[in-house]
Design a binder for this molecule. Sequence first.
Ligand code: FES
Length: 566
Amino acid sequence: MTDRSKTGLARGLTNYGDAGFSLYLRRSFAKSMGYSGGLLERPVVGIADSGSSFNNCHRHFPELVEAVKRGVLAAGGLPLDFPTISLGEVFLSPTSMMFRNLMAMDVEEMIRAQPMDAVVLVGGCDKTVPAQLMGAASADVPAVQLLAGPMMPTSFRGERLGACTDCRRFWALHRAGKVDANEIAEVEGNLATTAGTCAVMGTASTMAAIAEALGMTLPGTAAIPAVHADRLRAAEASGARAVALARSPIRPSQIITRLSLENALRVLLAIGGSTNAIVHLVAIAGRVGVDIPLAKLNALSDATPVLVDLKPTGQHYMSDLNAAGGLGAVLRELKPLLNLECLTVAGETLGERLAREPAWVDRDVVRSFDAPLAREGGLVALFGSLAPNGAILKRSAADPRLFEREARAVVFSSLDDLAARIDDPALEVTADDFLVMQNAGPKSGYAMPEAGYLPIPAKLARAGVKDMVRISDARMSGTAFGTVVLHVSPEAAIGGPLALVRNGDRIRLSVRERRIDLQVGAEELARRRASWRAPAERPARGYARLYIDHVLQAEQGCDFDFLRRA
Ligand code: FES
């Protein structure tokens, strides 16, 4: 355990049974890196660097880390950067979600094991932000998070393109035969063209907004584009702030609290944020011993308007939000609903922050509280016989004409089954059916991939069908849109009711009533349950074994059972 009475390099000495020797040896080895004795006396600021050549969103991290170091040095600290696992969203198999907890463990243990008085967490791509917040919350060493910042959109043939809502839009057009192979190849080269995280209000941008709403980043930094000079200034300021935090008693456990988590939920709803963020927020909350029941999400959602007009639900990109006033503009509109006494890493309360900020806002991008884009929040939890522990629908990204209906289920037993049959011309399916996919949840062996956005069957896509009700225990990319019911719990792979759905069953969806029900009698369900067998084999060894043995369901944040604070 870290000895908190010691600071700087004297913290948490390696145990040789002789503390004096341990310190002498550590200082000697530190001097081998060329540091002067004076520098080694300074407070140590660790910089958790998640840069990697397997993470395009973090390609500017060398420059960002240098700027953090500059800030630390100028403020009188000693910056020591260290690598952690990086999770590049599209480079990981089976899915980055499987490794979020591994990264959280890496971050937590390296903060705890190495001698640092404070840490700057440099992250950005989807899972890296929650992983760092989870790890930092558990380690509870003073911490400030510095985000990658969003990519810039690209001008392409008279329109703006940005990852990754436009990726999906063009791919859907390609599937429907409206964009040919040459054009899709050209689009491919113009979707993601700068450093930074996806340019829309996807998971990364949502988590950036949440990190700022929680108070774990410096104010006003969530939406600064990755390539903007302000991003480097934010890095320098974060380094300097970490030195101040090293000398202060402010720890993540004083910032991530029940009240700041509620603020973050409000922001998630008001920005029309990603469904993934609810899983991550629940996991972060679990690290500080706070429960966020999905019923709470519904209560807040009913009373939180959607204010931000960004893709995938709206028109604009993250760089537009930054120019429109950033997250501060959103927070000011939400002020009557927020817990203003919450402390931030800047050492001020949220209320103090909002009182000192200028009132500039571009109403094209951030609507007023009184004239919102929607009166109710973007996410809603559904419960019922198909999802006794809950499911999530992003209603702000869905077609309201599909919200109240009963329909026939067209069932796919797995992702492989989906891939094999979805475009089969012989597939019996109409636009009025509900597409159901089983066995894509946390314990399925697929590790809850972003596959809940089931493609519209090719023959229906060609006929002009753009949206259908889709139901699964998978997740969905924050950059996607559609009437997609996700995170059904308990999942099919552990025998949840989703596992018992058969082709032709009737399912009733009512967003108004917050319900999703399987219209099959108890006797028939009991008969099906008796013959049900778990689909996934338990991995023999390694992290995959640890993961499947300990991962929790979506409504518990998919954290490991042994990592939540009791
Ligand atoms: Fe990194 Fe989208 S791929 S944020």
